[in-house]
Design a protein around this ligand. Structure first.
Ligand SMILES: *[C@@H]1O[C@H](CO)[C@@H](O)[C@H](O)[C@H]1NC(C)=O
Length: 158
């Protein structure tokens, strides 16, 4: 029993370290809000357009590539599990976080992996996140709320 508890603690510790340390250190609430704004003006009732659903406009393939996150107590094999999560703001945010954990990288090759890269990844998807987004509607909306470098520093301190 003691070993099971110890093992669980180790796993939990490793998980939180990898989540906060590796790709997510710059994934602040400001960044999450901005990606939501860029995706749909963060419209909770937007529904699906061209197979992309909810305030973050997430496709079923994106959801699969993020590990098929679902609402608490739901089953990823249930019809509608994807849609119900994608249309729920906090559940959709978890899909985004898991997508970034799995596929996040320095998309714009500026030497740091931050919100600009997560926005590029979210829009371009994992196959090639390096395409500039500046001229897209998504990118234009993102530019109005993107965290600045100094705000990122503040987030780290808080
Ligand atoms: C959200 O999207 C729906 C569907 O496109 C639209 O009817 C509604 O006006 C939008 N709401 C806001 C606040 O933009």
């Amino acid at each position: 029993m003691k070993y099971i508890v110890l093992f669980s603690l180790l796993v939990a510790g490793f998980y939180s370290l990898s989540v906060s340390g590796l790709h997510l250190s710059n994934l602040s609430p400001v960044c999450l809000r901005c990606i939501c704004h860029a995706s749909s003006n963060c419209n909770m009732t937007i529904g699906c357009y061209g197979g992309r659903c909810g305030p973050l406009q997430i496709s079923r393939q994106y959801w699969k590539d993020a590990g098929r996150y679902v609402l608490p107590e739901d089953n990823p094999n249930r019809d509608g599990a994807f849609l119900d999560c994608a249309e729920d703001h906090s559940c959709a945010t978890q899909i985004l976080k898991h997508y970034i954990i799995a596929h996040g990288k320095d998309c714009n090759h500026d030497g740091i992996t931050d919100c600009d890269d997560y926005a590029m990844l979210h829009f371009n998807l994992k196959s090639d996140c390096t395409v500039p987004i500046d001229a897209t509607n998504f990118g234009l909306r993102y530019s109005t709320c993107r965290p600045t470098a100094s705000l990122d520093d503040d987030d780290d301190i808080i």
